[in-house]
Design a protein around this ligand. Structure first.
Ligand code: URA
Length: 200
């Protein structure tokens, strides 16, 4: 698909996700959120970053990762040498759970097809699950403590798990691990790109 076609398809999907608010599906997250938050970024993104679910700021603004965790995500992307405008950022669950509780299994199953469709349109080189909850959705057997900061191939998909930036806001050691991992993410992307350029 041409890039204009992919961009139009991604935008049509975003509109479908937003229009789900008020559809009367009966799931608490979809009914109680202010709005669904599809995600942001170009269809040509080499990297898709996947958090767990929107928080209060994201619910109010309709854009993922704009609160404190999002500010640290910006620092991590800068450390990786990656522009925020070049990545697609979304969540497993597109609606804020009440009081920021963990999404329930059936809510994840309800929203997961949207993420699969976003990934099919974008076809990124790396998917970056943030934190153990997002990682568990892609790789149920992996542990974030073992898998963070390196490429992990699962089911034909290339993951690069990171700790969730929110976890580092209260944990200085995790902060420096995340900064190290962000630099490793930048190197992994460079290496994938040079392999593709050489046609390997
Ligand atoms: N945490 C997440 O997992 N996602 C967001 O969009 C914001 C905070």
């Amino acid at each position: 698909m041409g890039s204009a076609g992919a961009a139009a398809e991604l935008e049509a999907l975003a509109q479908e996700i937003r229009a789900h608010k008020g559809a009367g599906c009966g799931f608490e997250v979809c009914e109680t959120c202010t709005q669904l938050v599809p995600g942001v970024g170009p269809a040509s993104a080499a990297i898709v970053i996947v958090g767990e679910a929107p928080g209060a700021k994201e619910d109010a603004g309709g854009v993922p990762f704009v609160g404190a965790a999002g500010k640290f995500l910006d620092v991590l992307l800068a450390e990786a040498g990656i522009a925020r405008d070049d990545v697609f950022i979304t969540n497993v669950v597109k609606a804020r759970p009440p009081k920021n509780r963990d999404p329930k299994r059936d809510e994840v199953a309800h929203h997961w097809p949207w993420l699969e469709r976003q990934l099919a349109i974008i076809s990124p080189q790396l998917v970056v699950p943030l934190g153990r909850h997002a990682l568990a959705r892609f790789a149920p057997d992996a542990r974030i403590a073992d898998a963070h900061g390196a490429v992990l191939e699962v089911g034909g998909r290339r993951l690069f798990p990171l700790y969730h930036p929110a976890a580092a806001l209260y944990n200085g050691a995790l902060r420096s691990t995340l900064l190290d991992d962000a630099r490793a993410l930048g190197r992994a992307l460079t290496s994938i790109r040079s392999t593709r350029t050489r046609g390997l």
